[in-house]
Design a protein around this ligand. Structure first.
Ligand SMILES: [Fe+2]
Length: 247
């Protein structure tokens, strides 16, 4: 497989096995905008293994109006993908949490503790914001997560354009105890140049606690391959600031 065929000798390459675990992806088929079939799931998961990951915590979208996924739906899908991986003889470990959209139902899910989380004691809760405007109830929602004992992990923090003109907001988030997750593919410029600049600032200021692939399809795998030689990815991995998501 020519996965790393484009890499030149003498070019420093990020050691993805240092991360070991990816905490953000969409590999359960047919329940969000990620893998469509079980064949897609296996192809993507095997490609992640080739990149150096030994464990994936896949995180289907949960949105009230489009992806009405419950823990039961996600865990049932996880079971099916794991069976297929076993049949294929794959070694990589697979687990599931979810990526919760901050909408009108999220508060209830938190209060009822009806959420899928990750980490050794399941304390990390991955959530995302609308891309248009920061929601008015952001601080309140964070407070509710924390009072329920969760550690909020804000998905792809560098992608929200409403903070691109004021990076001090990132410090405010961190000061509230929000852990910041960055998409590795933001370093390639895939989302926008402004997103890449924000990602650079966040790494330069040691603000990132989790790196994620947010992989939905093979196009994202190709971008991850490109990112392997990115000096900011190498810097982030060497910083000692990235948390071990299995603890
Ligand atoms: Fe995602």
């Amino acid at each position: 497989m020519a996965l790393f065929g484009f890499l030149k000798k003498d070019v420093p390459t990020a050691d993805m096995s240092r991360l070991q675990t990816d905490i953000h992806s969409h590999f359960i088929p047919g329940i969000d905008d990620g893998a469509k079939t079980i064949t897609d799931s296996l192809e993507l998961i095997m490609a992640m293994e080739s990149l150096g990951y030994s464990k994936l915590i896949t995180t289907p979208h949960v949105m009230s109006d489009s992806y009405k996924n419950t823990p039961e739906i996600i865990l049932d899908g996880l079971h099916k993908v794991k069976e297929a991986l076993d049949r294929a003889g794959a070694k990589i470990q697979l687990d599931a949490a979810a990526e919760y959209y901050l909408d009108f139902e999220f508060e209830n899910k938190i209060k009822q503790r009806n959420v899928l989380t990750f980490g050794g004691d399941k304390k990390y809760l991955l959530w995302e914001l609308p891309f248009v405007n920061p929601p008015d109830n952001l601080n309140e929602t964070v407070f509710h997560m924390q009072t329920q004992g969760y550690k909020p992990v804000l998905a792809h923090v560098e992608r929200y354009s409403f903070w691109h003109r004021d990076y001090s907001k990132y410090e405010e988030l961190a000061n509230r105890g929000i852990l910041l997750q960055m998409n590795i593919n933001s370093l390639t410029g895939h989302y926008s140049n402004e997103t890449r600049k924000a990602a650079h600032w966040l790494i330069d200021n040691d603000m990132i606690s989790f790196l994620g692939s947010d992989c939905h399809h093979l196009g994202h795998i190709k971008l991850l391959e490109q990112a392997l030689t990115d000096k900011y990815l190498i810097k982030a991995l060497a910083s000692g600031k990235i948390l071990n998501p299995t603890l």
